[in-house]
Design a protein around this ligand. Structure first.
Ligand code: MEV
Length: 306
């Protein structure tokens, strides 16, 4: 029986959170946790889903609808199996990874030749259909991998050559509701457009400065820029007490910089560290009540597995 398996990575938003929903750039890295999607011909000619783990089935079903419409095919005789290598639902982008995995696996299964840019568009459309709002940075990270400079809706997707970036990830223990947070920020934008746009312009400046500094490996400066970014996110009202305490603990333990990553409200914070400070920062996050999630950045994008 014909079958195709694709895996796609999760992501960490390094800088530019929220601002990237409103036309500004962000920096994102793909991480070593992956989602696997296998598409195979069903022996009984029927459609089957086999999704035993914490996979959001809405994204899988919607991706199938997107693929049907795009390739004008019924695609109704396959079995779709998903498996998650993510350590939990902690905001590392499992929904975008499963969406990209589905779209990429279906292209391969159907023998289509669509470009990566088209796969991005299909994945992003799927995510918007399910959650209503979002910049698409997570789909870009899952598809292209590595570390990217990304502008809203994929207007720019630029791979950056980044080496030796050491990140510690601390989970707050609180699952953030990204859609609700993005809507709350949307309300703030409606109520105080000048203030929020000022914050976003300032964040965009930090991202523009961090981009070459990351390529140069000037981690001390990147850390400072992350700290400034966190101050603006705090101003925007998307940080939380728990995020702040993990961030403060990692800074005290010698991190170059630390901030929330993603929508805020919970999920994860990230700390940028030197090799020698790594153990101390991990210990500090744990002591402050966080859970260290062991990932490495700059992971490979979606790939067909043998
Ligand atoms: C959520 O992980 C990050 C946001 O910037 C939303 C998005 O870019 O889609 C808040």
């Amino acid at each position: 029986m014909k079958n195709v398996t694709v895996t796609a990575p999760g992501k960490l938003l390094l800088m530019g959170d929220h601002a990237v929903v409103y036309g500004r750039p962000c920096l994102v890295t793909a991480v070593s946790e992956r989602m696997s999607v296998c598409v195979e011909q069903s022996p009984d000619g029927q459609l089957h889903f086999d999704m035993p783990e914490h996979v959001d089935t809405r994204f899988v079903s919607r991706a199938l609808e997107t693929a049907r419409a795009h390739w004008r095919l019924p695609i109704s005789d396959i079995t779709i199996r998903t498996a998650s290598q993510f350590s939990g639902n902690v905001g590392l982008g499992s929904s975008a990874a499963v969406t990209v995995g589905m779209i990429a696996a279906l292209r391969e299964y159907l023998g289509k030749k669509d470009s990566l840019k088209t796969l991005f568009t299909l994945s992003y459309r799927t995510i918007l259909d399910v959650q209503g709002k979002g910049s698409g940075f997570d789909a870009a990270a899952a598809l292209f991998g590595g570390t990217l400079y990304f502008v809203t809706a994929g207007k720019t997707i630029e791979p950056l050559s980044v080496n030796n970036m050491r990140l510690i990830v601390g989970f707050t223990g609180v699952k953030a509701d990204t859609v609700t947070l993005v809507r709350e920020v949307e309300e703030k934008m409606k109520a105080q457009p000048e203030r929020v746009n000022r914050i976003y312009d300032a964040i965009a400046k930090l991202v523009e400065e961090a981009k070459p500094k990351m390529v140069e490996g000037d981690w001390e400066r990147v850390g400072k820029l992350m700290d400034f970014n966190q101050e603006y996110l705090r101003d925007l009202g998307v940080s939380s007490e728990k995020l702040e305490s993990l961030i403060a603990a990692s800074k005290k333990a010698g991190a170059w910089g630390a901030k929330l990553s993603g929508a805020g409200g919970g999920d994860c914070m990230i700390a940028l560290v030197s090799d020698d400070k790594q153990p101390a920062v991990q210990e500090a996050i744990t002591q402050a009540g966080g859970q260290v999630i062991h990932i490495s950045p700059n992971a490979q994008g979606a790939r067909i597995e043998p």
